[in-house]
Design a protein around this ligand. Structure first.
Ligand code: NAP
Length: 279
């Protein structure tokens, strides 16, 4: 309904003060000469059912959804993209021409793109994949790897029931293994992914012996603070190629920006450096 040319979008969560998304989207708005702004939308738990329906009336083209609203937002939008439906969580809302709200989840896209940016010939079916962790980030990683054609995904989580539940829900190539098997589960792997919070700033390092991991395996950590986790440092030291979590964060923002502002933005070394300076 809105006829204004000034494009508004934002990040809705609680808290949102530390989100890098405003810096990222406002950088692109300026770079592509678009009139608009991307703002913080701090919405306390419980206020989501009031805040979301206000988006269209306020002239917003949409917003990102972050902790703690990613799951609650599912039942508050009018339509869901199939990926968000399978993921069971929303990270992006796009206001439709009739002012209805459609939910998307671009985290999986961001993850796969981060691997391709680092290794353009990367293939999901190149060999077994070992994924550690079964929380929110793992859902996006595992689902996108399976959709990309992974043949075998070994999923290990400290609390085994969560890995088993994810394997039962998504099925296909996902096999849940006990956490105690994580060192052996690296044998013959082509890709190792850490989706646990271990190694994040303020957390202890992930307890993992890489001895059985082929040195050709790509080692990826979705953590981006710090950019080089102890896992990535250990992998690099033995010659494994590595990918940090910044690419996932930056790439998930691209389709959202495209949906709101009509331009698929690029990730340039200058942008990476600008965001890295904030970490
Ligand atoms: P989450 O849903 O809370 O899941 C946390 C995961 O870490 C669970 O699998 C949990 O296992 C595991 N874990 C916690 N403490 C552990 C320990 N002591 N030993 C072994 N495993 C442990 O969190 P999330 O949203 O998935 O986020 C996880 C990480 O991914 C965070 O560092 C976050 O910053 C990062 N992330 C990055 C991006 C990106 O764009 N790069 C996007 C999303 C998240 P249990 O089930 O046993 O508790």
């Amino acid at each position: 309904m809105s006829e204004q040319k000034f494009g508004l979008a934002g990040v809705m969560g609680w808290p949102v003060a530390h989100s890098r998304s405003p810096k990222l989207h406002n950088y692109w708005l300026q770079k592509y000469g678009l009139l608009g702004a991307y703002v913080q939308l701090p919405v306390a738990p419980g206020q989501l059912p009031v805040a979301l329906p206000g988006l269209a009336a306020l002239g917003f083209r949409g917003c990102n959804i972050t902790i703690p609203h990613k799951i609650d937002a599912l039942r508050l939008v009018h339509a869901l993209d199939p990926v968000a439906q399978r993921m069971g969580a929303i990270n992006t809302i796009v206001v439709q021409p009739d002012d209805s709200l459609k939910g998307f989840n671009n985290d999986g896209f961001g993850y796969i793109q981060s691997l391709l940016d680092a290794k353009p010939d990367w293939r999901a079916d190149a060999g077994p994949i070992t994924v550690l962790g079964a929380g929110g980030a793992a859902r996006a990683v595992v689902l996108s790897l399976a959709e990309r054609g992974a043949k075998e995904i070994r999923l290990l989580n400290r609390s085994p029931e969560k890995a088993q539940a994810l394997a039962a829900e998504f099925g296909g190539p996902i096999i849940a293994l006990p956490w105690s098997e994580r060192h052996h589960a690296l044998s013959g792997a082509a890709l190792l992914v850490n989706t646990t919070s271990q190694g994040m700033h303020g957390q202890p390092a992930l307890e993992l012996d890489l001895a059985q991991l082929p040195t050709s395996a790509l080692v990826s950590d979705v953590i981006y603070v710090p950019l080089e986790t102890p896992l990535l440092a250990a992998a690099k030291a033995r010659g494994n190629p590595t990918v940090n979590g910044l690419g996932m964060l930056l790439n998930q923002a691209r389709p959202a920006f495209a949906a709101w502002f009509g331009v698929m933005p690029e990730l340039t070394p200058e942008l990476r450096a600008a965001i890295e300076a904030t970490l």
